[in-house]
Design a protein around this ligand. Structure first.
Ligand code: SF4
Length: 416
């Protein structure tokens, strides 16, 4: 019986032997989380005849640690199997610096032949392609500087990064970024910010809002690019420009001491611990996210939370109340007035559902079109399944009441 194993067992390749013994007892652990990363090693040692049994409790703990912890030495949070550089990226100082850094770390780097075509990411099935894509980083130059609009949270998207290393089953990026959803860092940050400056100038004296997380979670790669730091410094100087981004990640330390002049709002995407455990793989725990939120508040950043997707199954009212109460403990009353809430109920398109089922065939996401759902056309012309009007009303009333009760001075931007 294996009931306690060191945390590193699921992070470090030199422990693959132990991982193998575990996964023989728990096929789904291998299937979902390990196989895409360690396929070769498995084929070598899978034949070893070690009998391991494991209690269900231990499995849950191990799975949880693997997908959530970012504290282990060999964490997979920022684990890239392969990194591609566009040739032009090397002409920028940031590109050169990143290239040298990755080289020093011994990461497998390849130069892309074409700017737009990323070939060389393996994957025979949808699931393999997905996981290999998630472990791929592309460093390139942003050529189109026409920023897309970003309603309702901002006027424009600020394209610093696309993609995300997190593996949330419901993530809308899974349908936006193709079968191999790699992360791409744009290294021409100065050119991107110069374009933002143009837009701010055109719209002043109205304040222009930019969202840096419209097609990404930009924080996991901040350690390489520092582009959020550069953007926060830039917006601190802009009287009529404001930056905002949302994240599930926690590596905010490099941003804390920047003289941001309250021109950047850092929001955290949070959910109940049961939703995080079930669907938000390879992301930090709720406690870690709230810890990071406390830090940015302490350093004077305007902040807020996005509670999404709200999943109305099981004891959802009790779970979300607990979430709001935990949040309450992390927000000083002096900061409440500037604190913002965005609440988004779970919804899905047919295309998203099919993609999710391809990659996560046993997903427990509630996606039965006939169960408490209504088909609705969205602002971009495609249809999606949202909760039925009765369920939505119940959810809206619930969050309005509980947020106003616990955070009377905070602002609710929307509950949808
Ligand atoms: S952290 Fe956000 S962007 Fe990343 S996979 Fe999860 S939902 Fe998508």
């Amino acid at each position: 019986m294996v009931s306690h194993l060191p945390q590193t067992v699921l992070f470090c390749s030199h422990n693959i032997f132990i991982i193998t013994t575990l996964t023989r007892a728990i096929p789904s652990l291998y299937e979902y989380y390990l196989q895409p990363y360690y396929a070769d090693a498995f084929s070598v040692i899978i034949e070893m005849d070690i009998l391991v049994t494991i209690s269900l409790k231990s499995f849950i703990i191990l799975k949880d640690e693997y997908v959530q912890s970012n504290k282990g030495e060999c964490t997979l949070i920022n684990h890239y199997d392969r990194i591609f550089f566009e040739p032009d990226a090397m002409e920028y100082p940031l590109g050169k610096r990143m290239y040298n850094q990755f080289k020093k770390e011994g990461v497998n780097i390849e130069l892309l032949q074409s700017h737009n075509r990323v070939t060389g990411i393996p994957g025979k099935t949808s699931r393999e392609s997905f996981f290999y894509g998630k472990n791929t980083l592309v460093v390139g130059v942003r050529r189109t500087l026409n920023f897309a609009s970003c309603k309702p949270s901002a006027h424009f998207q600020l394209p610093l990064v696309t993609g995300c290393t997190g593996i949330c089953e419901y993530c809308y990026l899974n349908t936006q970024l193709g079968k191999k959803p790699y992360t791409r860092i744009y290294i021409n940050v100065e050119e991107i910010l110069a374009q933002a400056h143009e837009l701010i100038e055109q719209r002043k004296p109205e304040v222009t809002l930019f969202e840096a997380a419209a097609t990404s979670d930009p924080l996991p790669v901040e350690v390489y690019s520092g582009s959020l730091e550069t953007a926060i410094r830039f917006f601190a100087e802009e009287e009529y420009g404001r930056l905002r981004f949302v994240t599930k990640f926690t590596n905010v330390d490099s941003l804390l001491t920047i003289d941001h002049r309250a021109h950047t709002r850092i929001r955290f995407s949070i959910n109940t611990q049961s939703v995080i455990q079930a669907y938000e793989h390879r992301t930090p725990s709720l406690a870690d996210r709230l810890g990071a939120l406390s830090k940015v508040l302490k350093y004077g950043y305007p902040s807020g939370v996005i509670i999404a997707p709200v999943i109305m199954t099981g004891e959802w009212q009790r779970d979300y109340e607990k979430l709001l109460q935990e949040l309450r403990l992390n927000i000083p009353e002096s900061q409440e007035e500037q604190f913002e809430f965005e609440v988004i109920s779970h919804r899905f398109t047919t295309r998203a559902k099919n993609n999710i089922l391809d990659v996560f065939p046993s997903t427990a996401l509630p996606m039965d079109e006939n169960q408490d759902r209504k088909f609705k056309y969205g602002q971009f012309g495609y249809g999606k399944y949202v909760y039925s009007p009765e369920k939505l009303e119940e959810m809206k009333a619930y969050f309005k009441y509980n947020i106003m009760n616990l955070f009377p001075a905070a602002k609710i931007n929307y509950i949808i």
